[in-house]
Design a protein around this ligand. Sequence first.
Ligand code: XIL
Length: 330
Amino acid sequence: MPKGMVIGVALNQRQSDGVDAAAVDIVAKQFNQISPENLLKFQPVHPSEDRYVFEAQDRFVQFGVDRKMQVIGHTLVWHSQTSAWVFQGKDGAAVDRDTLLARMRDHIHTVVGRYKGRIHGWDVVNEAIDEDGSLRKSPWFNAIGEDYVAKAFEFAREADPGAELYYNDFNLEKPAKRAGVIRLVKDLQARGVRIHGIGNQGHWRLETPGISEIEEALVDLRSTGLKVMYTEVDINLLPQAGRGADPAVANPYASGLPDDKQQALARRYAEIFGVFVKHRDAVSRVTFWGLSDADSWLNRGRMNYPLLWDRQRQPKPAFHAVVEVLKRAR
Ligand code: XIL
């Protein structure tokens, strides 16, 4: 592994609970960082105003601490997987700015504060920029206004001054969206808000985005002076299928992945990691969004093959390809 580059994986609850022992073995051997696939999102951790849930969350954090892994928190402020009560005001009205800011502050102080000194870095705000580069009209934006992002970072800094704080988003290979993220980050920096890194989710496909687009995005993002992280890497091999699509078209690899696709996936991963190691002075971390193909959120009733281990938990050619690139970079 290139010095300084952390390689991690998102864990589901069966893994962080230790129930999926085969997965735990691989994670402990192959990775030095973990992210929670769902556990630390707003909804699971704070389902109602006066109730926080921490049991499985504590086990997740302890999983990493016990194994001396870097533990990442995902995510504090997002429009998705956030309980409906958060955005409700009195008598069915929409929540007002001050109430929502107070809720945001309470949430961030409670969750970040609990894991102070144990969670290395937080995705403070997730997916705040729209495809056109403007701020997404999320319930956070609608109630608080454009300074909600800065507020979230300020509350996180108060709660754990030692934690790294990140902005995280997807489709950053699209120039308009990337420009919006860079504007946002520069605006935070100009206001004196502490931010340490930009997370590029890295939910990609076999052919798109092109490798030069991935590299251009990286060069652009690093020009902010911030660390760049690939926080949710996977390669979707399935076509974008609408409802009612012919199953043979929508689910082409239902009975297995043909060897040419297997090899193409390995080459794609090798190429991508080639870019990461070329810019290793800027890329501080790469995290896979799940351990094996069986664990991936990209299946959704179909058979997808986006990760480095197969459904039998055997390493795929893509795994060996990534290892080769990382070894050569040492
Ligand atoms: C996904 C999880 O993998 C799924 O289990 C869940 O049902 C939905 O969320 N961007 C993010 C992640 O920041 O939190 C999402 O994770 C994938 C897209």
